[in-house]
Design a protein around this ligand. Structure first.
Ligand code: NAD
Length: 382
């Protein structure tokens, strides 16, 4: 029970965004009622919807709504077939999403991957590798490492080759730099240990400490931060081995902590285990002030133009994103779990959108976006 106002900016975006957002808000309102949450939801346009409404992918008024909120529930933006002449930096993917990540210093990306046993058919691994179902969380550092380190450039090299008739050799050299500071590693490590406290209490920290200076520092700092969380087990794993272990024995993982590039790769590898993008939520967290952590919550997939407007999209990724928002931004763990239980109940009832439907499963019933949302909201309210 809480009377504090939970200020939420709901930015549905393009393609299937509005359809799945509608269901997420339905479920959010159901859980708000059940737990007496004081939800204050403001909807605002973003993406092509922003360009259509106000000439910009992230209209000033939308950004202001976000600034006045404690969390952003985001749909998806971008429609590949719309106006190819618009410059890259004004296209929604960059002008809206990257801008929001920067504006709110979202440094921690959380990607949970869950595969209930009932959806074993959707997973590319053999059933015996799936145990009783998969449940892991990739925590990726989002604002440091090689994607941002300086110097970062492509330059021409002129190599004198004495005695060679053709004169000096010219070629291009590309340089990227991997940089991490202790405070950057510390804050993402804290996020991973705190997330583990709400789960099975194990962190696997990924690095390349056998080759990279960054890896050595990463391992030292994570080991130090771990001391503040004695109830959480920590282990360290080289990234190449982690890539292999995710395929061989994914059930060994609870929280997987990674720097930016390793996390980019491993989170997609882990996502493949869930079978459908329509099941995968994500959270990007910024700074914490008092009881609240600013965050942006969105499905892992995009706008799915191939199925948009047809009541075919799976709303579960968006609905689970709302659960993550309650957990990480508002510390409403019971309400977050109620949403997750509602999703499990709908799956247990056999309800399946097209992306997770298995015709060989006699108990499965194919449903649309709205029916799935109704069932989950109903289970939450019950
Ligand atoms: P996509 O994720 O939109 O679609 C890939 C495939 O997954 C499609 O077959 C789609 O139907 C399916 N899919 C995705 N979400 C689904 C759901 N909820 N239910 C059922 N099926 C689902 O990727 P894409 O086609 O490469 O990109 C389409 C547009 O989305 C592009 O403009 C891209 O830039 C944008 N995009 C946006 C984001 C974002 O806003 N964060 C992320 C990825 C892609």
């Amino acid at each position: 029970m809480s009377s504090a106002t939970l200020k939420i900016a709901a930015l549905a975006g393009d393609g299937i965004g509005p359809e799945v957002m509608r269901e997420a808000l339905k479920v959010l309102r159901a859980v708000g009622q059940k737990y007496s949450l004081n939800l204050h939801i403001t909807e605002a346009p973003v993406g092509w919807a922003g360009i259509d409404a106000a000439g910009k992918a992230l209209p000033d008024a939308t950004l202001e709504v976000c600034r006045q909120s404690d969390a952003i529930l985001f749909g998806s933006v971008g429609l590949p077939d719309r106006d190819p002449t618009i410059p890259k930096d004004q296209r929604p993917e960059r002008a809206a999403l990257l801008r929001l990540r920067k504006e709110f210093s979202l440094f921690a990306n959380l990607r949970p991957v869950q595969l209930p046993k009932a959806l074993a058919h959707a997973c590319p691994l053999r059933p015996e590798r799936q145990g009783d179902g998969l449940d892991l969380l990739v925590v990726r550092e989002l604002t440091g490492g090689m994607y941002f380190g300086q110097p970062k450039k492509t330059e021409e090299v002129i190599e004198a080759r004495e005695g060679h008739e053709g004169g000096p050799r010219r070629f291009l050299r590309a340089i990227d730099t991997m940089v991490y500071t202790e405070p950057e590693i510390e804050r993402i490590a804290h996020v991973s240990f705190q997330a583990a406290q709400l789960r099975r209490k194990k962190v696997t920290s990924i690095d390349k400490a056998n080759v990279l200076e960054n890896g050595i520092l990463w391992r030292e700092v994570v080991t130090r931060v771990a001391k503040a969380y004695p109830e959480v087990t920590v282990e360290h794993m080289f990234v190449d081995n982690a890539a292999m272990q995710l395929m061989l024995k994914p059930t060994q993982f609870d929280v997987v902590l990674c720097e930016n590039m390793f996390g980019d790769i491993l989170s997609d590898e882990a996502a493949a285990l869930a079978g459908s993008l329509g099941m995968l939520p994500s959270a990007s967290l910024g700074n914490t002030s008092g009881e609240k952590t600013f965050g942006l919550y969105e499905p892992a997939g995009g706008t799915a133009p191939d199925i948009a407007g047809k009541n075919l999209a799976n709303p579960i990724a968006q609905i689970l994103s709302a659960a993550l928002m309650l957990r990480y931004s508002f510390k409403q763990e019971a309400a977050a779990r109620a949403i997750e239980a509602g999703v499990s109940a709908a799956i247990a009832q056999g309800l399946r959108t097209g992306d997770i439907y298995n015709p060989a499963d006699a108990a499965a019933k194919k449903v649309g976006t709205t029916e799935m949302g109704d069932a989950i909201a109903g289970a939450v309210a019950a």
